[in-house]
Design a protein around this ligand. Structure first.
Ligand code: BGC
Length: 385
């Protein structure tokens, strides 16, 4: 007769599992517990604004998010033995984020209004030409010098049956960073079990362009533990958008087959990163948009780290994903645990519309009009094997 999983039997099974795997029973007893959300004061900005840090915890993982930039400051995820470590790059203090994240790496931040690059900061919409601030060579990057990553978002915590969530709201005034329209944006982080989901929403009162993402850098062996070139990456993409020397797409969708851009099968990130291939020279490594296969909400990427066994699966409904291999980390920054970040110490997977879409009629449109709602979701699913 099958045993009903009463609490005491679960604890007994947990103890047995602990003997087999070496995991402390306490970790398994927690398996029955509901996710929690709490907050602590992360810091205070020079204008007196308090920045809160919310901790979302499930039986599997713990995520810390700050109201400044909606930044994911920590994700503690278990390896194959159940040992948790922080798998995202970041800083220990608010002052570091304010002083070093923009211009800089944009660790963990919500990016808007337009993630990635717009050529020469210029685009034309309904016959009107707009000029965005130039902050990356000759281009505009990640919404400009005072993008969404620098704003303090209004936080609303929530609890569901098996989940906890943190809704973050920010209203960007008409003309902010020279983008048209008042944009009401929200990003909701929801944690359930091994999954962190991010739901983005935006509405506008004038025609505008929108492309929101999260800019976390992962290192599945642990933040500050060294390079990510041994991580195996799979991208659900048979094409990518090649770029010019300023990392602006040429407009072509090129096949990955036969090039170092081919991640259709799991491949170590570093296996071909120094091959003689012009695109890799432009980015000093991988810094490109892949054209995701299929449509609707589907698996976009899977990354595994052989030593720890940690696996990250990333799902989205977006047409593209930027895979950036942390090429511009140059040893000048020290991270959450005080260790130096060098080139290739973390990678980002940014779900997105293609870079510079407003200047490419053949790319999916990133235009949002009054009465429409911009909606997109991304899930990071952590496991170990
Ligand atoms: C870009 C990189 C840039 C990094 C940090 C990425 O999304 O593609 O070129 O260096 O963000 O700003």
């Amino acid at each position: 007769m099958p045993l009903r999983p009463t609490k005491s039997r679960l604890i007994g099974m947990a103890a047995l599992a602990a003997l087999v795997t070496g995991v402390l029973p306490a970790a398994n007893v927690q398996a029955a517990s509901k996710p929690t959300i709490s907050k602590d004061l992360f810091g205070t900005l020079s204008d007196g604004t308090k920045v809160w840090r919310y901790t979302l915890s499930s039986n599997a993982i713990s995520v810390k998010i700050i109201t400044y930039g909606g930044i994911v400051q920590r994700v503690d995820a278990p390896d194959r033995h159940g040992h948790r470590t922080n798998v995202v790059l970041g800083f220990p203090k608010l002052d570091d984020y304010v002083a070093k994240n923009n211009p800089g790496p944009y660790f963990g931040a919500l990016i808007g209004r337009y993630a990635n690059r717009i050529a020469k900061g210029t685009f034309t919409l309904d016959g009107k030409t707009y000029h965005l601030p130039i902050n990356n060579g000759q281009n505009s990057l990640h919404g400009g010098p005072k993008g969404f990553d620098t704003k303090v978002w209004t936080a609303t915590p929530g609890t569901g049956k098996d989940s906890v969530s943190l809704r973050l709201d920010y209203t960007s005034p008409d003309g902010e960073m020279n983008y048209p329209g008042t944009l009401k944006a929200s990003a909701t982080y929801t944690l359930s079990g091994h999954n962190l989901r991010i739901d983005y929403r935006a509405t506008t009162d004038k025609a505008t362009i929108v492309n929101l993402t999260n800019h976390s850098y992962f290192n599945l062996a642990g933040e500050g533990s060294g390079g990510i070139y041994d991580h195996r990456l799979m991208l659900n993409a048979s094409r990518y958008t090649p770029v010019d020397s300023t990392l602006i797409p040429t407009g072509k969708l090129d096949p990955v087959a036969g090039t170092p851009m081919d991640f259709t099968k799991p491949t170590p990130i570093g296996a071909r990163i120094r091959n003689n291939f012009q695109q890799l020279a432009y980015g000093q490594g991988y810094d490109h948009n892949w054209v995701l296969g299929g449509s609707g909400f589907r698996l976009a990427a899977e990354v595994s780290e052989p030593t720890s066994g940690r696996v990250l699966k990333l799902y989205t409904d977006q047409p593209g994903i930027q895979f950036y291999s942390g090429n511009f980390l140059d040893g000048t920054l020290y991270g959450t645990s005080g260790r130096q970040y060098r080139q290739g110490d973390g990678f980002a997977l940014e779900t997105q519309h293609f870079p510079d879409s407003p200047n490419h009629a053949n790319f999916p449109s990133a235009v949002l009009r009054p009465g429409q709602t911009y909606r997109t979701a991304t899930v990071w699913s952590f496991s170990a094997n």
